[in-house]
Structures are given as structure tokens and as C-alpha cells.
Write a protein that binds this ligand. Structure first.
Ligand code: HEC
Length: 155
């Protein structure tokens, strides 16, 4: 009995940093997204602009819970396409977004196992990443569905 309580406590404290990281502030994130909008719009399927933005990068509406590199018609680079190919069921989680926007290249290297993997996104966000992820999650109807695939992905 005691052992299982300790085990539970141990796993709880391990889970804490991840949870804290997820607790972004969507309102702050919306402002921070100004740094992304030169290249990314957030536009709903009915054409409503959440954020008017550029087309250098894919539309980020609904990105949380969405499959990696899956915006139709967008010409993704080989690196991120390889991630999608190797992990056909993988979807963007807030956690993965935080890592990706911090620096896309190491994330691609980690996901592909290819140290030469290249990204077409020439931008890194050094702070408030969790806020931006929370803002994007707010405009992601499938965000709630992220828990199950994220767990499967861990193996
Ligand atoms: C200078 C232009 C530029 C800026 C600024 C930029 N991005 Fe990107 N982003 C891109 C490009 C280009 C891609 C496609 C990457 C590829 O194909 O390798 C991309 C891809 C992405 C993807 C993958 C989407 C998918 O469909 O799988 C996410 C998520 C993303 N960007 C988030 C962000 C966020 C959040 C910010 C702001 C913190 C940001 N980007 C700023 C150009 C940019």
C-alpha cells in the first residue's frame, strides 16, 4: 500500500513540470502571436480571420489536435514531411508546439532521427511559448482530443 502511494506521488511530481508548462495564457499568447503572423494566418474553415497573416507558413487554425504537416496545398519541407510519414497518427500537442516554436530544427532532428533534417521555418521564439500554444489551442476545435494520441506517441 505504502509503496503504491509513493509511486503515485513520484509520478505526480514528474507530471508537474509538464502541467505547469501547459498552463499558458491565451490572452498573452494572442499578443505574442504578432511575431508569427508575418508568416502564419489563423483562419477558420468558413473564412473567418482570427488573425490575418501571411502565407509563408501554413494556416495555424486548429493546429492543436491536427496531424503534423497536413494543411492541404501547403508546400512543406522534407524534414517535417518525414516526421508526418514516420508518425502517421501523431498530432500537434501544446507541448510539442512549445518545443517546435522554441527552435524547429532540433525538434525535427529529434523526431526524424536525422541530424541533417532541415526546416523551412526560419524563426525561433525565446519566451512565452506556452502562451502562444494556449492561444492556438483556444482556436483548435480538436484540441480536446489530444490526450489519447499524445500518450500513444510516447512509445
Ligand atoms: C519567417 C516565417 C515564419 C515565422 C515568423 C513563423 N513561422 Fe511557423 N512556419 C513557417 C514555415 C515556412 C513553416 C513550414 C515548415 C516546414 O515546411 O519545414 C512553418 C511551420 C509551422 C508549424 C507546423 C504546422 C503544421 O502544419 O504542421 C507550426 C506549428 C508553426 N510554424 C508555428 C509557428 C509559431 C507559433 C510561430 C510564432 C512563434 C511561427 N511559426 C513563426 C514560417 C514561419
Amino acid at each position: 500500500m505504502k509503496i503504491s502511494i509513493y509511486a503515485t506521488l513520484a509520478s505526480l511530481s514528474l507530471a508537474l513540470p509538464a502541467m505547469a508548462q501547459d498552463a499558458g495564457d491565451a490572452t498573452k499568447g494572442e499578443k505574442e502571436f504578432n511575431k508569427c503572423k508575418a508568416c502564419h494566418m489563423v483562419q477558420a474553415p468558413d473564412g473567418t480571420d482570427v488573425v490575418k497573416g501571411g502565407k509563408t507558413g501554413p494556416n495555424l487554425y486548429g493546429v492543436v489536435g491536427r496531424k503534423i504537416a497536413s494543411v492541404e496545398g501547403f508546400k512543406y519541407g522534407d524534414g517535417i514531411l518525414e516526421v508526418a510519414e514516420k508518425n502517421p497518427d501523431m498530432v500537434w500537442t501544446e507541448e510539442a508546439l512549445v518545443e517546435y516554436m522554441t527552435d524547429p530544427k532540433p525538434w525535427l532532428v529529434e523526431q526524424t532521427g536525422d541530424s541533417a533534417a532541415k526546416t523551412k521555418m526560419t524563426f525561433k521564439l525565446g519566451k512565452n511559448q506556452a502562451d502562444v500554444a494556449a492561444f492556438l489551442a483556444k482556436h483548435s476545435p480538436d484540441a480536446g482530443a489530444e490526450a489519447a494520441p499524445a500518450e500513444a506517441e510516447a512509445n
